[in-house]
Design a protein around this ligand. Structure first.
Ligand SMILES: CC(C)(COP(=O)(O)OP(=O)(O)OC[C@H]1O[C@@H](n2cnc3c(N)ncnc32)[C@H](O)[C@@H]1OP(=O)(O)O)[C@@H](O)C(=O)NCCC(=O)NCCS
Length: 326
């Protein structure tokens, strides 16, 4: 049976930077509060005429080149976003056209910030059953376009980015050793951004009154996130019959330093084994994990054969973890 390996990684970060001094200039906040409560110092914002598919297209091209492939080699494109350019067409189709991946099927999906792991687990099925050889997973979001810049509790958190990975079939590879994905829809109300619904109580929560901005119950999300990430990571480790001594790097969703810190204490893994970049990018939704993975590879922190854990949580509520041999 072929195994799924990550054969290429790519990313895109928009140029414009919103640092904490800029956040101080638009809402009643300060650098000390933001750093102490979140660990974030800067986030990047897409240009007014730059959208999810524009960022996704660059990340996709980079990942395909990194894999040593051409767009024609890709069999399937799965794109995760909570900030699509359109309700229809799917962003995945737009990217397919942009890059000329003429042989690829394409669809969007949404497990919010858990989407990269959800995509990986799904791609693994298509690879292991022999259906596809090369699958492109793209996570891309323009969260700054869905941010309520009058709400100091959320606007300091989000940034824009795109991350992509090519998942390829390989013989004689270990691939994904253990994984899980999960959801708890009773927590759907904790992170929301409205499409057609006009729920008055939801609109009232938004300082700007713009219903398509992201609102969240920060404390409830935090409580869920710590337990979901730690327990999920521990479960995949146990499933694989390994311990954190066997793991080179843990890449968690980069939402808030305090969440990651509490989660890694609950996991029992050393801080040195955890990759963080949230200081410079903030929470970029599903892109956090593939961008972090891409950086870890580019910085030589992980190499082929290293065992890593990817673990995340997000709106839905959703969570997931994957233990793989890179
Ligand atoms: C949003 C978050 C940083 C807020 O931190 P917190 O410690 O929970 O803070 P609270 O919401 O309890 O607010 C504490 C106080 O700080 C204030 N505050 C909120 N944002 C602030 C800001 N940017 N600057 C200054 N003060 C702020 C609040 O108004 C509140 O003031 P009060 O005590 O006078 O009412 C935190 O809850 C969080 O990160 N949650 C998880 C969110 C997340 O990960 N979402 C992504 C899901 S993928």
């Amino acid at each position: 049976m072929p195994k799924a390996i990550i054969s290429g990684m790519g990313m895109y970060i928009p140029e414009k930077v919103y640092d904490n001094a800029y956040m101080e200039s638009i809402v009643d906040t300060n650098d000390e509060w933001i750093v102490r409560r979140t660990g974030i110092k800067e986030r990047h914002a897409s240009a007014p005429d730059e959208y999810t598919t524009d960022m996704a297209t660059v990340a996709a091209r980079n990942a395909i080149a990194d894999a040593g492939l051409t767009p024609e080699d890709i069999d399937l494109i799965m794109l995760a976003t909570v900030t699509p350019d359109y309700f229809t067409p799917a962003c995945a189709c737009v990217v397919q056209g942009n890059i000329g991946a003429v042989n690829a099927a394409a669809f969007d999906y949404n497990a919010a910030c858990s989407s990269f792991i959800t995509g990986l687990v799904t791609a693994n099925q298509f690879i292991e059953n022999g259906c596809y050889k090369h699958i492109l997973i793209i996570c891309a979001d323009c969260l700054t376009k869905a941010t309520d810049y009058k709400d100091r509790a959320t606007c300091v958190l989000f940034g824009d980015a795109a991350g992509a990975a090519v998942i390829s079939a390989a013989d004689n590879a270990a691939g994904i050793l253990a994984s899980e994905i999960g959801a708890d829809g009773t927590g759907a109300k904790f992170i929301t951004s409205l499409a057609f619904r006009n729920d008055e109580d939801e609109i009232e929560k938004r300082v700007s009154g713009r219903k398509d901005t992201i609102w969240m119950a920060g404390q409830s999300v935090m409580k869920f996130a710590v337990k979901a990430m730690a327990d999920s990571s521990n479960r995949v480790l146990e499933k694989a019959g390994l311990t954190y001594d066997d793991i080179k790097l843990v890449i968690p969703h980069q939402a808030n330093y305090r969440i990651v810190d509490s989660a890694i204490k609950r996991m029992g893994v050393e801080k040195e084994k955890v990759f963080l970049h949230l200081e410079k990018f903030g929470n970029t939704s599903a892109s956090c994990i593939p961008v972090a993975l891409c950086e870890a590879v580019q910085q030589g922190i992980i190499e082929r054969g290293d065992r890593i854990i990817l673990v995340g949580f997000g709106g839905g509520l959703t969570w997931g973890a994957a233990l793989l041999e890179f």
